[in-house]
Design a protein around this ligand. Structure first.
Ligand code: DWN
Length: 421
């Protein structure tokens, strides 16, 4: 595993509370959401390990200086991304399609034959697999089991956490990279300075750093509170990212919104060049300003909004259970565990949760301890109600489960508002 960041962990609790902003190092930090104490959302467990389960504070803060929305309770990377990580990106077909299109974008816009493409936090090779036939590709993945899945697809993958030291060694061995990607990982990093310095080390003069993360504007506007969990240390908007990269002589030169993971933002970064930025940067910053993302007031009602969703879900599901109805859940995503634990659901509320990820099947959801089972059970059993935890794939799943719905099963959609379809 790569070097842990140089912050002290409480050896008993494996976490530390910071009191400075991750980007500007300021102290003007105000809590805007408190979800209670939660176990790491990807730490699916089993009966013999229940007693070892730890919970950590899950609170979101707003920085009054650079406006970064972030967690300050940092759980150690070892605890979160230990050897047996449960998340395989390719378990979700819509995500495979998204990254195929993403790879096509990079090939069309950024790459020429034999360029080196590096993906930090490459998971099971979901992006690089679509580029490996034409370019030199290199994944970096700290979770051994997931890295192995990438290698099986022919994607060369280095073990460990990305650091400046790793970048230097990579340049010696592979040369400079034309593209360095970091998708659904740049929001997971506590020591952003280390990563940005490493990216600068690795990138060629005309290289591009491209990163996709869940987008703060979607989170707030669609009340996607369940996307808050300890892996997600940052909830980005463009302005704080501009502040971060400017500190390293780099610039965000293009941005785009992408319809994945409940709404994400893709940013393109280069060495500061004096060349004009794409109009997209100005447009999105203006949209963020209009939406109030740079003011503390914008977040003042979020806690209440989230509690309304929780109370609706709890009364709905426990009402159905009182009527003797069978209620289950569909998809065991990381975010689903934030929702289950914030609602305080247990197997008395939800009989099981189905998931297509082989690694998760047979385990229990962290905190709520609901059994994860194969979707095959739905071929022979028709629950009365199914809580769609993987709501970000709503259309795909409702279409896929037409036959199940024709048997009378109804889906409860929790986000952006509670509805039954
Ligand atoms: O940062 C992260 C986000 C972006 O991705 C990672 N820490 C983990 C992951 O979050 P997630 O687990 O919420 O991602 P997904 O892709 O929303 O997870 C969907 C889950 O649902 C997977 O476990 C697969 C499952 N699934 C299913 O059972 N049936 C998915 C589909 C589409 C299905 O039809």
């Amino acid at each position: 595993m790569g070097a842990l960041p140089a912050i002290r962990y409480n050896h008993l609790m494996n976490y530390v509370h910071k009191d400075t902003c991750r980007i500007c190092k300021g102290r003007d930090l105000t809590r805007i959401l408190s979800l209670g104490n939660h176990p790491p959302v990807d730490n699916f467990t089993d009966v013999e390990h229940l007693k070892n389960e730890k919970r950590y504070p899950l609170n979101v803060y707003f920085c009054g200086t650079c406006n970064l929305v972030q967690l300050l309770d940092v759980v150690s990377e070892e605890e979160l991304f230990h050897g047996e990580y449960a998340y395989f990106s390719s378990a979700s077909k819509p995500l495979v399609e998204h990254f195929r299109s993403y790879a096509d974008d990079l090939a069309r816009e950024q790459l020429k034959d034999d360029d080196l493409v590096v993906d930090i936090g490459s998971n099971d090779g979901i992006l690089l697999q679509h580029l490996a036939h034409r370019y030199r590709v290199l994944g970096i993945e700290p979770s051994a089991n997931v890295a192995e899945a990438a290698r099986k697809k022919g994607v060369e993958t280095l073990d460990g956490f990305f650091t400046v030291d790793m970048a230097k060694k990579m340049v010696e061995k592979y040369g400079k990279a034309k593209v360095v990607a970091a998708n659904n990982v740049f929001a997971h990093i506590d020591d952003l300075d280390e990563i940005v310095q490493g990216v600068k080390e690795l990138l060629s003069e005309d290289g591009v750093f491209v990163s996709e993360s869940h987008y703060l504007l979607d989170l707030i506007e669609r009340r996607e509170f369940d996307t808050v969990y300890h892996e997600h240390l940052c909830y980005y908007s463009v302005k704080p990212l501009q502040h971060l990269f400017k500190r390293f002589g780099m610039e965000v030169f293009d941005v785009g919104r992408v319809d994945v993971h409940g709404g994400s933002i893709r940013v393109y970064v280069r060495l500061a060049s004096g060349k004009p930025l794409k109009n997209s940067v100005r447009v999105l910053c203006a949209l963020e300003e209009k939406a109030g993302l740079y003011t503390l007031e914008r977040f003042s009602g979020f806690q209440k909004d989230v509690e309304v969703i929780r109370d609706k879900l709890v009364s709905l599901i426990r009402g159905f259970r009182k009527e003797g109805k069978i209620v289950t859940a569909y998809g065991a995503p990381a975010k689903g565990n934030t929702l289950l634990n914030f609602c305080g659901f247990t197997p008395d509320d939800l009989k099981y949760v189905t998931d297509t990820t082989p690694h998760k099947i047979g385990l229990l959801t962290p905190g709520s301890h609901i059994p994860v089972v194969s979707p095959d059970i739905l071929k022979s059993e028709t629950p009365d109600y199914i809580l769609l935890l993987a709501w970000n794939y709503r259309n795909f799943i409702l279409e896929k489960e037409k036959e199940l719905r024709s048997r009378g099963a109804k889906f409860i959609i929790p986000i952006p508002e509670v509805e039954i379809v």
